[in-house]
Design a protein around this ligand. Structure first.
Ligand code: PNS
Length: 161
């Protein structure tokens, strides 16, 4: 089990500058960071897994130790496959804690080797979430400073349909 590989799992629908902030912080702490997009057929997303992978690869292309991948099923099993014992999650506010606490404990019950570490994004991103971004764009608003350019273009295209 390698200690220097971290996995940053999530839905990333849509990827925000808050996600990118966490990725950059994790990339400074670990030799390798795998950004892992969950493939969940039951969850309705605006972007396909292929699109989300494309967005994440584009926004992380200048960070050499970041890899973008997708996974199905349990995160705890994916971590074993990737030989990683550290999951990274962003913590924006105390309101995130209950969900994250539940998830981290469930994952640890499924994989004893695994721990979750939490990183805080820059203060300006603390209130930012993918769902808020989707809502703003669906109503014709724009949040240029909060989403990467490729994601902003994709959001505009998506809601123009
Ligand atoms: O960005 P999100 O939607 O908050 O990410 C949630 C995610 C993908 C990290 C979480 O739902 C997950 O890991 N799902 C995989 C299934 C799993 O392992 N479930 C048990 C632990 S919650």
């Amino acid at each position: 089990m390698k200690k220097n590989i971290a996995v940053y799992p999530g839905t990333f629908d849509a990827a925000t500058n808050g996600h990118l902030d966490i990725i950059k912080r994790a990339a400074k702490l670990f030799d390798k960071v795998i950004v892992a997009v969950l493939v969940n057929q039951n969850k309705k997303t605006i972007f396909s897994v292929k699109e989300r992978l494309k967005h994440l690869r584009e926004i992380t292309k200048d960070i050499p130790n970041v890899e973008v991948d997708s996974f199905e099923g349990l995160l705890a099993e994916y971590m074993k496959k990737k030989d990683s014992c550290i999951a990274v999650r962003g913590l924006r506010a105390v309101s995130d804690l209950e969900y994250e606490f539940q998830m981290a404990n469930t994952n640890r019950a499924l994989n004893k080797e695994m721990d979750t570490i939490f990183l805080m994004p820059r203060a300006r991103y603390t209130y930012l979430s993918s769902s808020m971004v989707r809502e703003v764009y669906s109503l014709g608003g724009r949040l240029q400073d909060y989403v990467p350019e490729i994601v902003e273009k994709a959001l505009i295209k998506h809601y123009k349909k």
